[in-house]
Design a protein around this ligand. Structure first.
Ligand SMILES: [Mg+2]
Length: 323
């Protein structure tokens, strides 16, 4: 199977501010596999180094040592420290070899829409909300400003949330245990869907305790960035919500197997990948698993102004190859 590789860069309309800092450009790699029959399969490597995957440089260096072709055995032996590469190649291989079996989703996926951190969330909420827009889910980043300031913003934000909509909060591991308790008290009083990764992954036991102690559930995200970590948390007794970013989790086949066996409570989420990885995750991974009632985290395409969210992959490829 012949392989071609094309790096891409996407600028955010405005930098994405999280507890990890500001992020302004998404770099990744598109893979195009083709066989002698002329069939084509696309894949995407979208690393997120600050989240625990390999770096873009490591991914590029892995691609550059391939000599224009790849086999199933080579893909199966991509090591665990290259989880985004493993996802990219395995998904491209599956798309190439099962071109006719693209599955339809039983229910269309509902995505949570990502709001910017701080007070910018309020004008963004107004832009994202149509007049008839109820039952939407929104996600707001916290732990980017002092606690009291954010609690005040939160109060203002909840006052303008459309009726019937749901809010989830994401601290990206940036709270102290005391701050997390304060947030959870406030969440319990206002009905927040969940508080995502309040503490750093090293404080797993404390998050386990918080999940028991409060009504508002905790969702693990940074703690479970790869399938290995997901399994480790599951083995240590986590039965709460897992945020899974399949594009950096490693082998999609192994992830599928784990989900089929254990039926964890999953929020499928994005690493700001293009439509190539998103479509694989939605139609070939999620569609093969039991339906989750939770909105996914794919409502992020409004953060970009390019056209890499379109579904004509050959066209995306041509466009990128010309740059
Ligand atoms: Mg998160």
């Amino acid at each position: 199977v012949k392989i071609s590789v094309c790096p891409y860069r996407r600028s955010f309309r405005q930098p994405l501010l999280t507890h990890h800092g500001a992020w302004s450009v998404r770099d990744g790699i598109i893979l195009r596999l083709s066989n002698l029959d002329g069939q084509v399969g696309f894949g995407e490597i979208a690393p997120l180094e600050w989240f625990g995957s390999e770096s873009l440089e490591q991914a590029l260096s892995f691609c550059s040592q391939l000599t224009g072709s790849i086999t199933a055995e080579a893909i199966a032996s991509i090591p665990p420290h290259l989880p985004a590469c493993r996802f990219g190649f395995e998904s491209a291989w599956e798309s190439l070899n099962q071109p006719q079996s693209a599955l339809e989703l039983a229910d269309p996926l509902v995505s949570s829409k990502l709001l910017p951190a701080g007070m910018n969330a309020i004008p963004a909420l107004k832009r994202l909300t149509g007049k008839t827009d109820t039952n939407s889910t929104f996600k707001w980043k916290i732990a980017v400003a002092p606690l009291l300031q954010e609690l005040d913003w939160f109060k203002q934000l909840t006052e303008v949330l459309p009726n019937g909509s749901t809010l989830r909060l994401d601290a990206n591991g940036g709270l102290s245990p005391t701050e997390a308790c304060r947030w959870l008290e406030v969440c319990d009083a206002t009905e927040v869907e969940f508080l995502e990764q309040p503490l750093p992954p090293s404080q797993f036991e404390v998050m386990l305790e918080l999940d028991r102690q409060f009504k508002t559930p905790i969702a693990l995200d940074e703690s479970v960035s790869t399938l290995e970590q997901l399994k480790a948390c599951y083995d240590q007794g986590w039965r709460g919500i897992f945020v899974v970013k399949a594009a950096i989790a490693g082998s999609p086949a192994q992830l599928r197997k784990f989900c089929q066996a254990h039926k964890p409570d999953i929020v499928w989420s994005s690493v700001f990948e293009t439509a190539i990885a998103q479509q694989f995750i939605q139609t070939r991974l999620i569609a093969t698993l039991p339906h989750s009632h939770r909105a996914t985290g794919f409502g992020v395409n409004h953060w970009f102004c390019d056209r890499l969210d379109q579904s004509d992959f050959e066209h995306v490829w041509q466009t990128l190859s010309l740059i």
